[in-house]
Write a protein that binds this ligand. Structure first.
Ligand code: CP
Ligand code: NVA
Length: 308
């Protein structure tokens, strides 16, 4: 298996299914009394160019549960690509730690870290995608629906990094993916091209729509994310005018299958992309989804460190 975790599309369906099996095993083991300390003495450097709650805490706890440790490097600390080149950061860190997880603005930076570091690198979100969340979401769908293959997964909102990873993971596992987003806020061209290749291999159907009501008919899963991602703050006022028809509210949820689940990677901007009523209602799985970050990431780390 590849020694970095950069994008869902780098992995075969069999490899993704193996990671999901491992996550399920590690989750069971954790709730049965704790994980084996297989990473004793191993340390992860966690580089953050942007804020985080879930990624920061779940990776730190995943390392601790597996017997290792993690170092948090805040946006002000290393100045990735500014104070020091990405290649130099990679070559310095590989002498101190055993694995790197990074949250970056520019996807190219995560690729460069992986290129220059001899130790495994994990993408903890870039402007292109968010694969750790994508793997977590597949685990959550599997737990709530018993399968991923053949389901209709519908993403309503901005065609951002999260939409890209949701499309890639569900198409990889044979689920149909629909997005409804406003004009001008499509998934990146590269993200769509990769999605189409994945869907060709798995037989998944992809639909790119404008109308959220048309999109959610027959949905097994409705997924949404913030209208304004980190780094786009100056566009927030414009986006708040464009996106209200894409709000996931009780009316929209009532147009999907009666047992639809509602997902959000969080942080949620309540009563913008997702109403309180839905977030805290019977269809919502947003907190089990957030908790699954821990288990999915343990599987990623465990798998990457096996070969070290
Ligand atoms: N979903 C997610 O990645 O959350 P954070 O930004 O809090 O890490
Ligand atoms: N699309 C969001 C995801 C946050 C986890 C962002 O990039 O800010």
């Amino acid at each position: 298996m590849k020694s970095d975790f950069l994008s869902i599309s780098d992995f075969s369906r069999v490899e993704i299914e193996a990671l999901l099996d491992l996550a399920i095993q590690l989750k069971k083991q954790w709730f049965a009394g704790g994980n084996d300390p297989v990473l004793k003495g191993k340390v992860m450097a966690m580089i953050f160019q942007k804020p985080s709650l879930r990624t920061r805490v779940s990776f730190d706890m995943a390392m601790r549960h597996l017997g290792g440790d993690a170092l948090y490097l805040s946006p002000n600390e290393i100045g990735l690509g500014k104070r020091e080149s990405v290649a130099d950061v990679a070559r310095v860190l590989e002498g101190y730690v055993d694995i790197i997880m990074a949250r970056v603005f520019d996807h190219q930076h995560i690729l460069e870290l992986a290129q220059y570091a001899s130790i495994p690198v994990i993408n903890g979100l870039s402007d292109f995608d968010h694969p750790c969340q994508g793997l977590t979401d597949a685990l959550t769908i599997l737990e709530h629906k018993g399968k991923v293959e053949g389901l209709n997964v519908v993403y309503v909102g901005d065609g951002n990094n999260m939409a890209t990873s949701v499309m890639h993971i569900v198409a990889k596992l044979g689920a149909n993916f629909t997005i409804a987003n406003p004009e001008g806020y499509d998934i990146s061209q590269t993200g769509i091209e990769i999605g189409k290749q994945i869907a060709n291999e798995s037989g998944a159907k992809l639909r790119f729509l404008r109308n959220p009501h048309e999109a959610v008919k027959d949905a097994d899963v409705i997924y949404t994310d913030t209208w304004t991602s980190m780094g786009q703050e100056e566009e927030a006022a414009v986006r708040e005018k464009v996106f209200p028809p894409y709000q996931v509210n009780a009316k929209l949820v009532s147009e999907a299958k009666p047992d639809v689940i509602v997902m959000h990677c969080l942080p949620a901007h309540r009563n913008f992309e997702l109403t309180d009523e839905v977030a805290d209602g019977p269809h919502s799985v947003i907190f089990p989804q957030a908790h699954n970050r821990l288990h999915a990431e343990k599987a990623i780390i465990y798998q990457l460190m096996r070969g070290q």
